[in-house]
Design a protein around this ligand. Structure first.
Ligand code: PXG
Length: 440
C-alpha cells in the first residue's frame, strides 16, 4: 500500500481513469530506471509501454537528467514571445533535421493536444494568408486520436471523447477507419487490404468542395485506438489526392515520431512526406512536456511578409520552447543518435513481431497487430461489460506479474522503450499469456 493519505488521494482527479476504483487500491509508481519502474516497497515493475508511449530512451537516462538539472539551475524560464534563448533554437534545428523534405520550421507547444491545435490553426491561417480564406474544414478519421483540445475533439474520431462536446467542435469530416478484422486479422506490419479507403477522401471533397477544405490530419499509424498500421498504399493515396486539390496533409506523429517505427518519423519509414508533422512525447523521452508542429518551408515563408513590427502568427503558449523542455529535447535527440536507438528499434522489430504474434491461439486473443515497436492484442470482451476484460488484465499484470501495460477498451498495447532487450519482450508477452490463460 501507499503512504498517501485519503485526502491526498481524493484531491487528485486522475485523467482518463475510473477514480473511485483507483483510489480503493491505487497503482502507485515511485521511481524509474531504464526499462523498469519501482514502487514504494522497492518492487521492480517492467514498463511495457514506454510510459504513455513517450519514454522512448528508457527512464531517468543520465544525459537527459543532467541537461534538465543544469538548465533548471541556469535558466529556469525565458520568454519566447519577442525574445529567445539558445536551447529552443538548438532543439528546433535538431527536430527539423530529423524531419523529411522541406519540413524545416518548428512551432513549439507543450503537448500532443496543443500540437494538433497548432497544426490545424497554421493550416487554416496559411490558406487565408494566400487568399483562400474559405478553406477552413478539417478532415480527420474515425478511430483517430489527436488529443483532447479543439482539434482532438473535432478531427478526432473517438465517440466517447466527442460525445459530450459536440457543440464545441469545429466543422470536420471523417474518413473511415482503416481497420477491418474480417480482412486484416493477424496482419503483420502494414495490412494488404484497405489502401482503397483513402479514396473516400474524394467523396468528401466532392461533397464539400476542395475550396472549403484546409487540411487532412491523420496518424500515420493510429496508436492509442489499438495500433492500426496504415494499409499498403493508403498514405501514398492520401498524399496524391491532397496534393491534387490544394489540401494540406498533416501527419500526427505524437506516437510514431522519435523511433517508434524505426525511423525519426513515420513519414520517413513510409516514404510519404506531409506538409506538417506534429510531435510530442518522444521528443523529450517524456521527461518534460513538449510538443509542436514542424512545417514545410513554403508554409512558414507565407507568413514572413512583414511589416517589421507586426506579429506574423497570432498563436503561442507561455511555455512554447520552455528552457527545461528544450534542454531535454536536445539531450534526448543526442542520446537517440549516440546510442543508435532508432536503428535499434528497427533491428528489434522482427523479434518483437514474432513474440507478439506467438500469442495467437492464446485464450481470449481475437486479433494481433504490430508495426515498429508497437503492437496491440485485442481481447474477447466480457459480455455486457466492454473494457472490463482488459482492465482486469491490467490490474493482474501490475499487482501479480510486475508489468505495467497500457489498455484501450479491450485491447492491450505494447510499446516498450527502444532500449528493450529480447528478454524484456519475452517477459511482457510471456506474462500476458499466463494471465490470459488464467482468466479464460
Ligand atoms: N496525438 C496523438 C496521435 C496521440 O497519441 C495526442 C495527440 C495528445 O497528446 P497529449 O500530450 O495532449 O496527451 C496523443 C496522445 C494511450 C495514450 O495509452 C495515448 C496518448 C495519450 C495517453 C495515453 O494510448 N496519446
Amino acid at each position: 500500500m501507499t503512504a498517501l493519505s485519503t485526502n491526498q488521494l481524493e484531491a487528485f482527479w486522475l485523467p482518463f481513469t475510473p477514480n473511485t476504483e483507483f483510489k480503493r487500491n491505487p497503482r502507485i509508481i515511485t521511481g524509474a530506471e531504464g526499462m523498469y519502474y519501482r514502487d514504494q516497497a522497492g518492487r521492480k515493475i517492467l514498463d511495457s509501454s514506454a510510459g504513455l508511449w513517450c519514454s522512448n530512451a528508457g527512464h531517468c537516462r543520465a544525459p537527459i537528467v543532467k541537461a534538465i538539472q543544469e538548465t533548471a539551475a541556469t535558466l529556469d524560464f525565458a520568454p519566447n514571445f519577442q525574445f529567445g534563448h539558445p536551447k529552443a533554437f538548438e532543439a528546433a534545428a535538431k527536430i527539423a533535421a530529423l524531419a523529411p523534405g522541406n519540413l524545416n520550421h518548428v512551432f513549439f507547444a507543450n503537448s500532443g493536444s496543443e500540437a494538433a491545435d497548432t497544426a490545424v490553426k497554421i493550416a487554416v491561417a496559411w490558406h487565408r494568408a494566400r487568399g483562400e480564406g474559405t478553406r477552413t474544414r478539417i478532415v480527420g478519421r474515425e478511430r483517430a486520436y489527436h488529443g483532447v483540445g479543439m482539434a482532438g475533439i473535432s478531427a478526432g474520431g473517438i465517440g466517447t471523447n466527442r460525445r459530450w462536446f459536440d457543440a464545441l467542435t469545429f466543422p470536420a469530416s471523417h474518413l473511415p477507419a482503416t481497420y477491418n478484422r474480417a480482412e486484416q486479422a493477424f496482419s503483420k506490419g502494414q495490412p494488404v487490404w484497405g489502401g482503397h479507403l483513402a479514396d473516400e477522401l474524394e467523396k468528401i471533397i466532392t461533397l464539400h468542395d476542395a475550396s472549403t477544405i484546409a487540411a487532412v490530419i491523420v496518424e500515420p499509424m493510429a496508436g492509442s485506438t489499438g495500433v492500426l498500421p496504415p494499409p499498403k498504399g493508403y498514405l501514398e493515396k492520401l498524399r496524391t489526392i491532397t496534393e491534387q486539390h490544394g489540401i494540406l496533409l498533416i501527419f500526427d506523429e505524437v506516437i510514431t515520431g522519435f523511433g517508434r517505427l524505426g525511423a525519426g518519423f513515420a513519414a520517413e519509414r513510409f516514404g510519404v512526406t506531409p506538409d506538417i508533422i506534429t510531435f510530442a512525447k518522444g521528443v523529450t523521452s517524456g521527461t518534460v512536456p513538449m510538443g509542436g508542429a514542424i512545417v514545410d518551408r513554403r508554409i512558414y515563408d507565407q507568413f514572413m511578409t512583414g511589416p517589421d513590427h507586426a506579429i506574423d502568427m497570432f498563436h503561442g503558449y507561455t511555455y512554447s520552447g520552455h528552457p527545461l523542455a528544450a534542454a531535454a529535447a536536445c539531450a534526448t535527440i543526442d542520446l537517440y543518435r549516440d546510442e543508435g536507438l532508432f536503428e535499434r528499434s528497427a533491428a528489434l522489430e522482427p523479434y518483437f513481431e514474432q513474440a507478439v504474434h506467438s500469442l495467437r491461439g492464446t485464450p481470449l486473443v481475437q486479433d494481433i497487430r504490430n508495426i515498429g515497436l508497437a503492437a496491440a492484442i485485442d481481447l474477447e470482451p466480457v459480455t455486457g461489460a466492454p473494457g472490463k476484460r482488459a482492465f482486469d488484465v491490467m490490474k493482474t499484470m501490475f499487482f501479480d506479474k510486475d508489468v505495467v501495460i497500457r489498455i484501450a477498451g479491450d485491447c492491450v498495447a505494447f510499446s516498450p522503450p527502444l532500449i528493450a532487450e529480447q528478454s524484456h519482450i519475452d517477459e511482457m508477452t510471456g506474462k500476458l499469456a499466463e494471465v490470459l490463460k488464467a482468466a479464460a
